[in-house]
Write a protein that binds this ligand. Structure first.
Ligand code: DGY
Length: 319
């Protein structure tokens, strides 16, 4: 059987695969950059098993090129790159990697809040460019997280992990989710969508990208947010209408944003976001730690291994 892996995963996982299943033929994308669509389609022809990255679209076209495919294991918690209906029709199993990237993504969310609120990027730039003339009472002033209201959209694992950190920073937390939440700790409150928009000093998005969350933050929702607020996104770019966001940032309807994800990745060279001083932009690094990327690759492999052992893969997306 052939296992295709479409990205450069931790070599320890490759060693584990070879040790556990020496019978598998392995095809691993070890080149620099992302595998091209053409290459991916070509590799699919002989693939029985696949570990994909979030950059690979697994859709009808891919499935038509993959007559032997039995399971595709996404090395990501998000699976908006999968067409689940097409997978179900083709009777191909699909899995993701929940849990293992929760802490690293929550850490990055806090880092983005601090970067934007404390204006750390421009402070560091000033130092490097020799504009720091010494400690001054009004030098490089930002705002603190302490005492601020953090609004959270969604209440999955990453959101809960951000809440724990926010409470430790002395923030008040308000959450919008459709599920009724019980036994919330002190300083945490469930609110309506409108209250979330209107009351957050910092609004952080933790929802998966689905047809329901596509452009959840749009011109209308941005018009309700406080002009002093900042928006943080470590989920998926298309949850925000980027054009509407640029407009809000340019016209002072929103004070700033910290973005790790974008509607188009990599961020286009001519994206107007690049020119805005009140935005911190990161290249989708929420889960980019050595520990997490190892755990993600292991989890993706363990889903495949379970299938090979005749067991139900632990992170099966389809029933
Ligand atoms: C995921 O797993 O969905 C993340 O976006 C990867 O960083």
């Amino acid at each position: 059987m052939q296992l295709v892996i479409t990205g450069r995963v931790d070599p320890r996982v490759i060693q584990e695969i070879i040790a556990r299943r020496p019978d598998l033929t392995l095809k691993v994308w070890n080149e620099s950059g992302i595998i091209s669509r053409e290459q991916f389609l070509a590799w699919a022809e002989d693939a029985d098993l696949m570990i994909t990255m979030l950059t690979e679209r697994v859709d009808t076209e891919l499935l038509e090129h993959a007559p032997h495919l039995k399971i595709v294991s996404n090395m990501a918690v998000g699976f908006d790159n999968f067409d689940l209906d097409a997978l179900e029709k083709s009777q191909v199993l699909a899995t993701n990697t929940p849990d293992v990237l929760t802490e690293s993504t929550a850490e990055l969310t806090m880092a983005l809040m601090l970067l934007v609120l404390r204006r750390l990027r421009s402070a560091e730039d000033a130092l490097r460019q020799h504009h720091w003339t010494g400690w001054e009472p009004d030098g490089f002033l930002g705002l603190e997280l302490y005492g601020k209201t953090l609004g959270i959209a969604g209440f999955g694992r990453i959101a809960r992990s951000v809440v724990r950190r926010a409470l430790a920073f002395g923030m008040r937390v308000i959450i919008f989710t459709r599920r009724a939440l019980k036994d919330l700790p002190e300083n945490v409150q469930q609110v309506s969508w409108e209250q979330l928009l209107e009351s957050s000093d910092i609004l952080s998005l933790h929802v998966p990208l689905t047809p329901q969350t596509f452009h959840l933050i749009n011109r209308e929702s941005l018009s309700r947010i406080k002009p002093t607020a900042i928006l943080i996104n470590t989920s998926r770019g298309a949850v925000i209408d980027e054009q509407a966001l640029v407009e809000a940032l340019r016209t002072g309807k929103l004070a700033g944003a910290g973005l790790d994800v974008f509607e188009t990745e990599p961020l286009p060279r001519d994206s107007p976001l690049r020119a805005l001083p009140n935005v911190t932009l990161l290249p989708h690094v929420g889960s980019a730690t050595v520990e997490t990327r190892l755990a993600m690759a292991q989890r993706a492999w363990h889903n495949i291994l379970a299938y090979l052992n005749g067991q139900k893969p632990p992170d099966l997306l389809l029933p």
